[in-house]
Design a protein around this ligand. Structure first.
Ligand code: FAD
Length: 374
Protein backbone atom coordinates (compact mmCIF):
# COMPACT_ATOMS: atom_id res chain seq x y z
CA UNK A 1 0.00 0.00 0.00
CA UNK A 2 1.28 3.47 -0.87
CA UNK A 3 0.19 6.47 1.19
CA UNK A 4 0.94 10.10 0.33
CA UNK A 5 1.03 12.71 3.10
CA UNK A 6 0.54 16.33 2.01
CA UNK A 7 2.22 18.72 4.48
CA UNK A 8 4.96 18.09 7.02
CA UNK A 9 4.03 20.24 9.97
CA UNK A 10 3.54 18.52 13.34
CA UNK A 11 0.50 16.58 12.09
CA UNK A 12 1.93 15.31 8.79
CA UNK A 13 5.26 14.37 10.41
CA UNK A 14 3.41 12.41 13.05
CA UNK A 15 1.30 10.65 10.38
CA UNK A 16 4.50 9.63 8.56
CA UNK A 17 6.13 8.45 11.79
CA UNK A 18 3.14 6.31 12.78
CA UNK A 19 2.63 4.85 9.28
CA UNK A 20 6.26 3.76 9.02
CA UNK A 21 6.14 2.15 12.49
CA UNK A 22 3.68 -0.43 11.16
CA UNK A 23 4.86 -3.92 10.55
CA UNK A 24 2.68 -4.09 7.43
CA UNK A 25 4.34 -3.04 4.14
CA UNK A 26 3.40 0.62 3.77
CA UNK A 27 5.18 2.89 1.35
CA UNK A 28 5.04 6.48 2.62
CA UNK A 29 5.74 9.65 0.63
CA UNK A 30 5.60 13.02 2.38
CA UNK A 31 5.33 16.14 0.22
CA UNK A 32 5.92 19.51 1.85
CA UNK A 33 5.86 22.90 0.23
CA UNK A 34 7.62 24.70 3.10
CA UNK A 35 5.28 27.69 3.18
CA UNK A 36 6.36 30.81 5.05
CA UNK A 37 4.30 30.88 8.22
CA UNK A 38 4.12 27.13 8.89
CA UNK A 39 2.29 27.04 12.24
CA UNK A 40 4.50 24.33 13.71
CA UNK A 41 7.67 26.40 13.27
CA UNK A 42 6.08 29.47 14.89
CA UNK A 43 4.10 27.75 17.66
CA UNK A 44 4.94 28.70 21.23
CA UNK A 45 4.97 25.12 22.47
CA UNK A 46 2.69 24.97 25.49
CA UNK A 47 1.40 21.47 26.20
CA UNK A 48 -0.95 22.09 29.10
CA UNK A 49 -4.68 21.84 28.44
CA UNK A 50 -5.45 21.56 32.17
CA UNK A 51 -6.41 25.23 32.69
CA UNK A 52 -8.12 25.71 29.33
CA UNK A 53 -11.82 26.50 29.24
CA UNK A 54 -12.91 25.87 25.65
CA UNK A 55 -16.51 26.51 24.55
CA UNK A 56 -16.81 22.95 23.31
CA UNK A 57 -15.92 19.91 25.47
CA UNK A 58 -14.75 18.06 22.34
CA UNK A 59 -11.81 20.47 22.13
CA UNK A 60 -10.68 19.61 25.66
CA UNK A 61 -11.28 15.89 25.01
CA UNK A 62 -8.78 15.90 22.15
CA UNK A 63 -6.30 18.23 23.85
CA UNK A 64 -6.30 15.99 26.93
CA UNK A 65 -5.66 12.89 24.81
CA UNK A 66 -2.90 14.78 23.00
CA UNK A 67 -1.14 15.88 26.19
CA UNK A 68 -1.42 12.38 27.69
CA UNK A 69 0.10 10.85 24.55
CA UNK A 70 3.34 12.88 24.77
CA UNK A 71 5.33 10.91 27.37
CA UNK A 72 4.83 7.66 25.45
CA UNK A 73 5.84 9.26 22.13
CA UNK A 74 8.91 10.95 23.62
CA UNK A 75 10.14 7.71 25.14
CA UNK A 76 9.67 5.92 21.77
CA UNK A 77 11.66 8.62 19.99
CA UNK A 78 14.44 8.38 22.59
CA UNK A 79 14.58 4.63 22.04
CA UNK A 80 15.02 5.36 18.33
CA UNK A 81 18.14 7.37 19.22
CA UNK A 82 16.61 10.85 19.04
CA UNK A 83 18.16 13.29 21.52
CA UNK A 84 16.98 16.67 20.16
CA UNK A 85 13.24 16.42 20.74
CA UNK A 86 12.57 19.70 22.53
CA UNK A 87 9.98 18.40 25.04
CA UNK A 88 10.24 19.04 28.77
CA UNK A 89 7.83 18.68 31.66
CA UNK A 90 8.49 22.02 33.39
CA UNK A 91 5.09 22.56 35.02
CA UNK A 92 2.71 25.45 34.46
CA UNK A 93 1.31 28.26 36.61
CA UNK A 94 -2.01 29.98 36.17
CA UNK A 95 -1.44 33.49 37.54
CA UNK A 96 -3.85 36.18 38.70
CA UNK A 97 -4.00 39.09 41.12
CA UNK A 98 -7.51 37.98 42.07
CA UNK A 99 -7.62 35.07 44.56
CA UNK A 100 -11.28 34.39 43.69
CA UNK A 101 -10.35 33.79 40.04
CA UNK A 102 -7.73 31.35 41.23
CA UNK A 103 -10.30 29.61 43.47
CA UNK A 104 -12.43 28.93 40.38
CA UNK A 105 -9.41 27.65 38.45
CA UNK A 106 -8.26 25.49 41.33
CA UNK A 107 -11.67 23.81 41.45
CA UNK A 108 -11.49 23.14 37.71
CA UNK A 109 -8.01 21.59 37.77
CA UNK A 110 -8.88 19.48 40.81
CA UNK A 111 -11.86 18.03 38.88
CA UNK A 112 -9.57 17.40 35.93
CA UNK A 113 -7.01 15.72 38.18
CA UNK A 114 -9.72 13.38 39.46
CA UNK A 115 -10.21 12.31 35.80
CA UNK A 116 -6.61 12.44 34.57
CA UNK A 117 -3.53 11.81 36.69
CA UNK A 118 -1.32 13.55 34.07
CA UNK A 119 -2.45 16.92 35.50
CA UNK A 120 0.12 16.17 38.21
CA UNK A 121 0.44 17.77 41.60
CA UNK A 122 -1.55 20.95 42.23
CA UNK A 123 -0.15 23.65 44.54
CA UNK A 124 -1.49 27.07 45.43
CA UNK A 125 1.36 29.64 45.42
CA UNK A 126 1.77 33.02 47.13
CA UNK A 127 3.05 35.98 45.11
CA UNK A 128 6.55 35.38 46.43
CA UNK A 129 6.49 31.66 45.58
CA UNK A 130 5.15 32.40 42.10
CA UNK A 131 7.90 34.94 41.43
CA UNK A 132 10.54 32.51 42.67
CA UNK A 133 9.55 30.11 39.88
CA UNK A 134 9.37 32.78 37.16
CA UNK A 135 11.36 35.80 38.43
CA UNK A 136 10.29 38.49 35.88
CA UNK A 137 6.63 38.27 37.05
CA UNK A 138 4.78 41.13 38.75
CA UNK A 139 4.82 40.87 42.54
CA UNK A 140 1.07 40.86 43.15
CA UNK A 141 0.42 37.80 40.98
CA UNK A 142 -0.39 34.62 42.87
CA UNK A 143 -0.58 31.26 41.20
CA UNK A 144 -1.79 27.70 40.90
CA UNK A 145 1.00 25.41 39.89
CA UNK A 146 0.52 22.04 38.19
CA UNK A 147 3.45 19.71 37.63
CA UNK A 148 1.86 18.19 34.52
CA UNK A 149 2.42 21.18 32.22
CA UNK A 150 5.04 20.89 29.49
CA UNK A 151 6.71 22.81 26.72
CA UNK A 152 7.79 21.58 23.32
CA UNK A 153 9.85 23.06 20.52
CA UNK A 154 7.55 22.22 17.60
CA UNK A 155 10.29 22.49 15.01
CA UNK A 156 12.60 20.08 16.87
CA UNK A 157 9.84 17.54 17.49
CA UNK A 158 8.63 17.69 13.89
CA UNK A 159 12.21 17.19 12.64
CA UNK A 160 12.72 14.22 14.99
CA UNK A 161 9.47 12.56 13.83
CA UNK A 162 10.42 13.02 10.17
CA UNK A 163 13.97 11.79 10.75
CA UNK A 164 12.69 8.56 12.30
CA UNK A 165 10.05 8.19 9.56
CA UNK A 166 12.80 8.51 6.94
CA UNK A 167 14.95 5.95 8.80
CA UNK A 168 11.92 3.66 8.71
CA UNK A 169 11.57 4.09 4.95
CA UNK A 170 9.48 7.23 4.29
CA UNK A 171 10.50 9.46 1.39
CA UNK A 172 10.27 13.21 1.94
CA UNK A 173 9.91 15.43 -1.08
CA UNK A 174 9.77 19.20 -1.45
CA UNK A 175 7.00 20.70 -3.57
CA UNK A 176 3.40 21.77 -3.97
CA UNK A 177 1.10 18.72 -4.10
CA UNK A 178 -2.20 18.80 -5.99
CA UNK A 179 -4.69 15.94 -5.74
CA UNK A 180 -5.83 14.06 -8.80
CA UNK A 181 -9.21 12.36 -8.48
CA UNK A 182 -10.89 9.95 -10.90
CA UNK A 183 -13.92 7.64 -10.49
CA UNK A 184 -14.61 8.91 -6.95
CA UNK A 185 -11.13 7.90 -5.77
CA UNK A 186 -7.95 9.87 -5.38
CA UNK A 187 -5.44 8.48 -7.88
CA UNK A 188 -2.41 10.35 -6.55
CA UNK A 189 -0.86 13.81 -6.52
CA UNK A 190 0.83 16.09 -9.01
CA UNK A 191 4.04 17.58 -7.59
CA UNK A 192 5.95 20.06 -9.70
CA UNK A 193 5.27 18.30 -13.02
CA UNK A 194 5.64 14.77 -11.60
CA UNK A 195 2.68 12.44 -10.92
CA UNK A 196 2.86 10.22 -7.83
CA UNK A 197 0.37 7.37 -7.67
CA UNK A 198 -1.08 6.60 -4.25
CA UNK A 199 -3.67 4.29 -2.67
CA UNK A 200 -4.62 6.91 -0.08
CA UNK A 201 -3.75 10.54 0.65
CA UNK A 202 -3.61 12.17 4.08
CA UNK A 203 -4.09 15.92 3.81
CA UNK A 204 -2.23 17.61 6.67
CA UNK A 205 -1.70 20.87 4.82
CA UNK A 206 -2.56 23.15 7.74
CA UNK A 207 -4.04 26.54 6.89
CA UNK A 208 -3.39 25.89 3.17
CA UNK A 209 -5.56 22.75 2.97
CA UNK A 210 -8.39 24.38 1.01
CA UNK A 211 -6.07 24.85 -1.95
CA UNK A 212 -4.75 21.29 -1.89
CA UNK A 213 -8.29 19.84 -1.70
CA UNK A 214 -9.71 22.15 -4.35
CA UNK A 215 -8.72 19.90 -7.26
CA UNK A 216 -10.65 17.03 -5.62
CA UNK A 217 -13.74 19.23 -5.35
CA UNK A 218 -13.66 18.78 -1.56
CA UNK A 219 -14.45 21.80 0.55
CA UNK A 220 -12.99 21.74 4.04
CA UNK A 221 -13.71 24.98 5.90
CA UNK A 222 -10.23 25.78 7.19
CA UNK A 223 -8.87 29.33 7.40
CA UNK A 224 -5.58 30.86 8.54
CA UNK A 225 -5.51 32.63 11.90
CA UNK A 226 -2.31 34.68 12.06
CA UNK A 227 -0.19 34.61 15.21
CA UNK A 228 2.72 36.96 15.89
CA UNK A 229 5.01 35.82 18.68
CA UNK A 230 8.15 37.28 20.24
CA UNK A 231 11.34 35.56 21.41
CA UNK A 232 13.26 37.44 24.10
CA UNK A 233 16.68 36.71 25.55
CA UNK A 234 17.75 37.28 29.15
CA UNK A 235 21.54 37.11 28.80
CA UNK A 236 23.28 34.84 31.36
CA UNK A 237 19.99 33.85 33.04
CA UNK A 238 19.29 30.14 33.40
CA UNK A 239 15.68 29.85 32.21
CA UNK A 240 15.80 26.10 31.57
CA UNK A 241 13.53 25.10 34.46
CA UNK A 242 11.05 27.99 34.31
CA UNK A 243 7.42 26.89 34.07
CA UNK A 244 4.82 27.94 31.52
CA UNK A 245 2.93 31.06 32.72
CA UNK A 246 -0.74 31.42 31.86
CA UNK A 247 -2.28 34.78 32.80
CA UNK A 248 -5.99 35.50 32.55
CA UNK A 249 -5.89 36.69 28.94
CA UNK A 250 -5.17 34.47 25.91
CA UNK A 251 -1.52 35.57 26.10
CA UNK A 252 1.23 33.56 27.83
CA UNK A 253 4.94 33.24 28.61
CA UNK A 254 7.23 30.24 28.51
CA UNK A 255 10.96 29.70 28.59
CA UNK A 256 13.47 27.50 26.80
CA UNK A 257 16.97 26.32 27.75
CA UNK A 258 18.96 29.03 25.98
CA UNK A 259 18.08 32.02 28.24
CA UNK A 260 15.02 32.45 26.01
CA UNK A 261 11.55 33.59 27.00
CA UNK A 262 8.75 33.36 24.47
CA UNK A 263 5.82 35.80 24.72
CA UNK A 264 2.75 35.14 22.68
CA UNK A 265 0.72 35.68 20.76
CA UNK A 266 -1.78 37.52 18.59
CA UNK A 267 -4.86 35.67 17.31
CA UNK A 268 -5.81 37.45 14.10
CA UNK A 269 -8.86 35.94 12.47
CA UNK A 270 -9.57 36.99 8.90
CA UNK A 271 -5.85 37.71 8.47
CA UNK A 272 -5.38 35.78 5.25
CA UNK A 273 -1.74 34.84 4.61
CA UNK A 274 -0.37 38.27 5.53
CA UNK A 275 3.21 37.34 6.44
CA UNK A 276 4.21 40.67 8.02
CA UNK A 277 5.23 41.77 11.49
CA UNK A 278 2.89 44.62 12.31
CA UNK A 279 3.18 47.52 14.75
CA UNK A 280 -0.21 46.60 16.24
CA UNK A 281 0.85 42.98 16.68
CA UNK A 282 4.09 43.89 18.46
CA UNK A 283 2.31 46.47 20.63
CA UNK A 284 -0.24 43.85 21.74
CA UNK A 285 2.27 41.07 22.46
CA UNK A 286 4.83 43.23 24.28
CA UNK A 287 2.23 45.19 26.25
CA UNK A 288 0.59 41.99 27.49
CA UNK A 289 3.95 40.38 28.32
CA UNK A 290 5.37 43.38 30.18
CA UNK A 291 2.17 43.95 32.13
CA UNK A 292 2.42 40.44 33.53
CA UNK A 293 6.22 40.26 33.70
CA UNK A 294 7.80 43.72 34.00
CA UNK A 295 11.12 42.03 34.70
CA UNK A 296 11.37 41.34 30.95
CA UNK A 297 11.65 45.06 30.09
CA UNK A 298 15.40 44.91 29.43
CA UNK A 299 15.40 41.55 27.67
CA UNK A 300 16.88 41.45 24.17
CA UNK A 301 14.30 41.17 21.43
CA UNK A 302 15.84 38.26 19.48
CA UNK A 303 13.20 37.07 17.07
CA UNK A 304 9.62 37.58 15.94
CA UNK A 305 7.83 34.63 14.34
CA UNK A 306 4.64 34.54 12.34
CA UNK A 307 2.51 31.44 11.95
CA UNK A 308 -0.87 30.69 10.43
CA UNK A 309 -2.94 28.48 12.76
CA UNK A 310 -5.37 26.32 10.83
CA UNK A 311 -8.85 27.04 12.24
CA UNK A 312 -12.38 25.98 11.35
CA UNK A 313 -15.30 28.41 11.77
CA UNK A 314 -16.54 26.58 14.92
CA UNK A 315 -12.94 26.13 16.19
CA UNK A 316 -13.33 22.33 16.37
CA UNK A 317 -10.67 20.21 14.63
CA UNK A 318 -11.40 18.58 11.26
CA UNK A 319 -10.39 14.93 11.34
CA UNK A 320 -11.67 12.03 9.29
CA UNK A 321 -12.40 10.56 5.92
CA UNK A 322 -14.17 12.43 3.14
CA UNK A 323 -17.25 10.40 2.11
CA UNK A 324 -17.27 11.68 -1.50
CA UNK A 325 -13.64 10.56 -1.98
CA UNK A 326 -13.15 7.76 0.56
CA UNK A 327 -9.39 7.39 0.21
CA UNK A 328 -8.72 10.96 1.38
CA UNK A 329 -8.11 11.48 5.11
CA UNK A 330 -8.12 15.02 6.50
CA UNK A 331 -6.35 15.98 9.74
CA UNK A 332 -6.58 19.70 10.25
CA UNK A 333 -8.07 22.68 12.10
CA UNK A 334 -6.14 22.16 15.35
CA UNK A 335 -6.04 25.92 15.91
CA UNK A 336 -4.23 27.19 18.99
CA UNK A 337 -3.81 23.68 20.47
CA UNK A 338 -2.15 22.02 17.50
CA UNK A 339 1.19 21.30 19.15
CA UNK A 340 -0.70 19.68 22.03
CA UNK A 341 -3.01 17.60 19.84
CA UNK A 342 -0.86 17.20 16.71
CA UNK A 343 1.22 14.09 17.50
CA UNK A 344 -1.85 12.16 18.70
CA UNK A 345 -4.02 13.37 15.80
CA UNK A 346 -1.27 12.19 13.44
CA UNK A 347 -1.53 8.74 15.00
CA UNK A 348 -5.33 8.72 14.53
CA UNK A 349 -5.01 9.86 10.89
CA UNK A 350 -2.47 7.11 10.16
CA UNK A 351 -4.94 4.52 11.50
CA UNK A 352 -7.75 5.93 9.34
CA UNK A 353 -5.54 5.86 6.23
CA UNK A 354 -4.84 2.17 6.84
CA UNK A 355 -8.53 1.40 7.42
CA UNK A 356 -7.87 0.48 11.06
CA UNK A 357 -10.22 1.26 13.92
CA UNK A 358 -9.25 4.27 16.04
CA UNK A 359 -9.29 4.54 19.80
CA UNK A 360 -11.44 7.69 19.91
CA UNK A 361 -14.91 8.61 18.65
CA UNK A 362 -14.20 11.12 15.87
CA UNK A 363 -17.76 11.93 14.80
CA UNK A 364 -17.71 15.44 16.29
CA UNK A 365 -14.63 16.29 14.22
CA UNK A 366 -15.95 15.20 10.81
CA UNK A 367 -14.25 17.38 8.16
CA UNK A 368 -17.52 17.57 6.19
CA UNK A 369 -19.82 18.40 9.14
CA UNK A 370 -22.09 21.45 9.08
CA UNK A 371 -20.18 24.18 10.86
CA UNK A 372 -21.40 27.35 12.48
CA UNK A 373 -19.19 30.39 13.02
CA UNK A 374 -17.98 30.87 16.65
P1 FAD B 1 1.46 23.44 9.76
O1 FAD B 1 2.46 23.33 10.86
O2 FAD B 1 1.11 24.79 9.30
O3 FAD B 1 1.98 22.56 8.57
C1 FAD B 1 1.32 22.50 7.33
C2 FAD B 1 2.36 22.15 6.27
O4 FAD B 1 1.70 21.81 5.05
C3 FAD B 1 3.28 23.33 5.92
O5 FAD B 1 4.63 22.93 6.00
C4 FAD B 1 2.91 23.67 4.47
O6 FAD B 1 3.99 24.16 3.70
C5 FAD B 1 2.44 22.31 3.96
N1 FAD B 1 1.55 22.40 2.80
C6 FAD B 1 0.42 23.12 2.65
N2 FAD B 1 -0.12 22.93 1.44
C7 FAD B 1 0.68 22.08 0.79
C8 FAD B 1 0.66 21.50 -0.51
N3 FAD B 1 -0.32 21.74 -1.38
N4 FAD B 1 1.67 20.67 -0.87
C9 FAD B 1 2.68 20.39 -0.01
N5 FAD B 1 2.74 20.91 1.25
C10 FAD B 1 1.76 21.74 1.63
N6 FAD B 1 -0.31 24.91 19.80
C11 FAD B 1 -0.15 24.41 21.04
O7 FAD B 1 -0.59 23.29 21.32
N7 FAD B 1 0.51 25.10 22.00
C12 FAD B 1 1.00 26.36 21.77
O8 FAD B 1 1.61 26.96 22.65
C13 FAD B 1 0.83 26.93 20.50
N8 FAD B 1 1.26 28.18 20.24
C14 FAD B 1 1.12 28.71 19.01
C15 FAD B 1 1.59 30.01 18.76
C16 FAD B 1 1.52 30.55 17.49
C17 FAD B 1 2.04 31.94 17.24
C18 FAD B 1 0.95 29.79 16.44
C19 FAD B 1 0.91 30.33 15.04
C20 FAD B 1 0.45 28.52 16.69
C21 FAD B 1 0.50 27.97 17.97
N9 FAD B 1 -0.02 26.70 18.27
C22 FAD B 1 0.16 26.15 19.50
C23 FAD B 1 -0.79 25.97 17.26
C24 FAD B 1 0.03 24.97 16.47
O9 FAD B 1 1.29 25.51 16.17
C25 FAD B 1 -0.69 24.57 15.18
O10 FAD B 1 -2.04 24.24 15.41
C26 FAD B 1 -0.03 23.33 14.55
O11 FAD B 1 1.35 23.55 14.42
C27 FAD B 1 -0.64 23.04 13.17
O12 FAD B 1 0.09 22.00 12.59
P2 FAD B 1 -0.25 21.48 11.13
O13 FAD B 1 0.69 20.36 10.88
O14 FAD B 1 -1.71 21.26 11.00
O15 FAD B 1 0.07 22.73 10.16
Amino acid sequence: MKIIVIGAGIVGSSVAYHLTKKEAEVEVIVVDHGHEGQATAAGAGIVCPWFSVPDNPDIYRLAKAGACYYPNLISELKKMGETEIGYKLVGAIKVSADPEELDVMEKLVRVRLSETSEVGEITRLSGEETKRLFPPLREDLQGIHVTGGARVDGQLLKDALLRVAEKQGAKVQHGDARLKVGDGQVAGVHVEGEFIVGDAVVVTAGAWAKESLYTADVNVPVEPQKGQIVHLELPDVDTSEWPVVLPESSHYLLAFDDSRVVAGATRERGSGFDYRVTARGMDEVLREALTVAPGLKDATLKDVRIGFRPVSPDLLPLIGEVPSVPNIVVANGLGSLGLTMGPYVGKLASQLALGESVDMDLEAYSPVRKVEEK
